[in-house]
Design a protein around this ligand. Structure first.
Ligand SMILES: N[C@@H](CCC(=O)N[C@@H](CS)C(=O)NCC(=O)O)C(=O)O
Length: 209
């Protein structure tokens, strides 16, 4: 059985949404990262860095959000969650997926875990610098979404799920997303998609259980 190693609301949510969107059968394995479950020898054998998501998919072990999203989209070409190979839109799809992973996701980590980014005591400064870098990048996205509903145009693709999840963390570092009009509208558009609503409900129920 396909197995998603996940934690509610983390970046694994993007993969979880994809699984539901594509109606791929799966089971969930909750990894309580805050309680140290990522660092056990058993889980390190699954993810050497002790991170989620990991997806055991049809006999293969897949890691890294972007790689997993691309793999699932490629395996389901009819879903149109990835534009045609060789098209300009496909090139844009790669570009924006990289942007979300490196320019956004990676920039959040110092805000959440500043102690990993300094050997000194200046945790507040590390956090603040991270928040400032994020504001710069949101300004770019704000302009981008003034002209189009999704990352690569009129058609939603798998990178949108990743961006949606990363944007959902904003409140946790004190950024009010509604300050960015177009970006906020984009977030709300994504938040209302049936596959997003369904996946969020599953993760909420599992947390309560
Ligand atoms: N490069 C990895 C990053 C995954 C990642 O940062 N996952 C976070 C949750 S959003 C995590 O597991 N953090 C645990 C830790 O860093 O100890 C990917 O794209 O999958």
């Amino acid at each position: 059985m396909n197995t998603l190693y996940y934690l509610t609301g983390t970046c694994s949510l993007a993969v979880h949404i994809m699984l539901n969107k594509l109606s791929i059968p799966y089971q969930l394995k909750l990894i309580k990262l805050l309680e140290g479950e990522g660092q056990t020898p058993e889980y390190k054998a699954v993810s050497p860095l002790g991170k989620v998501p990991v997806l055991d998919f049809e006999g293969e072990r897949l890691r890294e959000v972007s790689g997993i999203l691309l793999t699932l989209a490629e395996r389901h070409p009819d879903s149109q969650l990835l534009p045609e190979a060789g098209s300009q839109q496909r090139h844009q799809a790669y570009q924006w997926l990289s942007f979300v992973a490196t320019e956004l996701h990676c920039q959040f980590t110092p805000a959440f875990l500043p102690q990993r980014y300094t050997t000194g005591q200046e945790l507040d400064e590390v956090k603040e610098a991270s928040v400032q870098r994020l504001h710069q990048r949101f300004a770019i996205l704000e302009q981008h979404f003034a002209n189009q509903p999704f990352l690569i145009g009129e058609q939603l693709y798998c990178g949108d799920y990743y961006l949606y999840v990363v944007l959902s963390w904003m409140g946790r570092i004190g950024i009010d997303l509604s300050e960015y009009k177009s970006l906020w509208a984009y977030y709300q558009r994504m938040d209302a998609l049936p596959e997003v609503v369904k996946t969020r409900a599953i993760e909420r129920e599992n947390m309560a259980a």
